[in-house]
Design a protein around this ligand. Structure first.
Ligand code: RIB
Length: 302
């Protein structure tokens, strides 16, 4: 299948502990279970788009360790084109240390490893993939100069560009905004990008409007159980979230973005694509782990 969605981003092995609650600083806490599962925001979004019906290619780096091999195999098993996934000799693969509590909240520490070596030149070597794409997706788990280069190249090729600004530590460089069609922060990311409080629909709308002023094409603020808010120059539209009992919210945002992109390249209009991404994300939070939680298209049949 031709890759209409190209994801430029991270691959991590997730080391996941479940515990009754998140530990406090300096505390040692007994957990309930442990597992390793393929993750990384980029790879998760690639898997989501592939499971939800799109042809997908991944551009990223892995280390020359067993985790790297497993991460690549996990993508290949979903039919993701991995010709743009390179092995970095002598470097470890990215890992994410994740704790999930009984209320299904998580906290994550990321060690980038090979993800931190993804250069603009390595993306440039995959230009044929970018040229063939309809939608190009980036996140912020690889070097910012690489994200900047990819956004600019995607814009120059006339592609639809999605930036998932995660993890967000502060404002984005001003020159990025003109190259973004859809900016998709969650609440805390919208707050970090704008330095404005974001905790409900009104504050999300104000933050979205600020990001439009800065030059983003459209903003989709994801608000967990409160749904998603599309903010554009035509106004804002709220998409309520399906009601589910969450078990683990890891990769819910990634599932939304992969589903949204997959729906766009399958010809759905924007509002339908948002609702489709939400249905996929809602199902993912009822299951444990990053990539294992992402649903297949057949599970979302009406
Ligand atoms: O968005 C969830 C992902 O964030 C996890 O899979 C972990 O690898 C981190 O990158």
């Amino acid at each position: 299948m031709n890759a209409k969605v190209v994801v430029v981003g991270s691959l991590n092995m997730d080391l996941v502990a479940r515990a009754p609650r998140l530990p406090r600083a300096g505390e040692t806490l007994a957990g309930d279970s442990f597992c390793t599962v393929p993750g990384g925001k980029g790879a998760n979004q690639a898997v989501a788009a592939a499971r939800l019906g799109a042809g997908v290619a991944m551009v990223g780096n892995i280390g020359d360790d067993p985790y790297g091999l497993q991460l690549r195999q996990a993508l290949e098993a979903e039919g993701v084109d991995c010709q743009g996934v390179s092995v970095c000799p002598g470097v470890s693969s990215g890992v994410a240390l994740i704790t999930v509590d009984a209320a299904s909240q998580n906290c994550i520490v990321i060690v980038p490893g090979a993800n931190g070596l993804l250069s603009p030149e390595s993306v440039q070597r995959c230009d044929a993939l970018l040229q063939a794409a309809e939608v190009i997706i980036c996140q912020l788990e690889v070097p910012s100069e690489t994200v900047a280069w990819t956004l600019a190249r995607a814009r120059s090729l006339g592609k639809r560009v999605i930036l998932n600004p995660a993890p967000a530590v502060g404002p984005l460089p001003a020159h990025w905004f003109a190259n973004i069609d859809y900016l998709t922060p969650n609440e805390s990311e919208a707050q970090a990008l704008t330095a404005m409080p974001v905790n409900d629909l009104d504050s999300a709308r104000r933050a979205g409007e600020r990001l439009l002023q800065l030059g983003a094409g459209k903003v989709i603020v994801t608000l967990g159980a409160q749904g998603a808010l599309l903010v554009s120059r035509e106004g804002s539209q709220h998409f309520p979230a399906p009601v589910v009992q969450p078990l683990d919210t890891t990769a819910a945002g990634d599932t939304f973005i992969g589903g949204f992109a997959a729906a766009l390249v399958q010809g759905q209009e924007e509002g339908e694509a948002i609702a489709f991404g939400q249905r996929a994300a809602a199902l993912s939070v009822t299951r444990a782990g990053a990539q294992p939680s992402i649903p297949y298209l057949v599970e979302l049949a009406p």
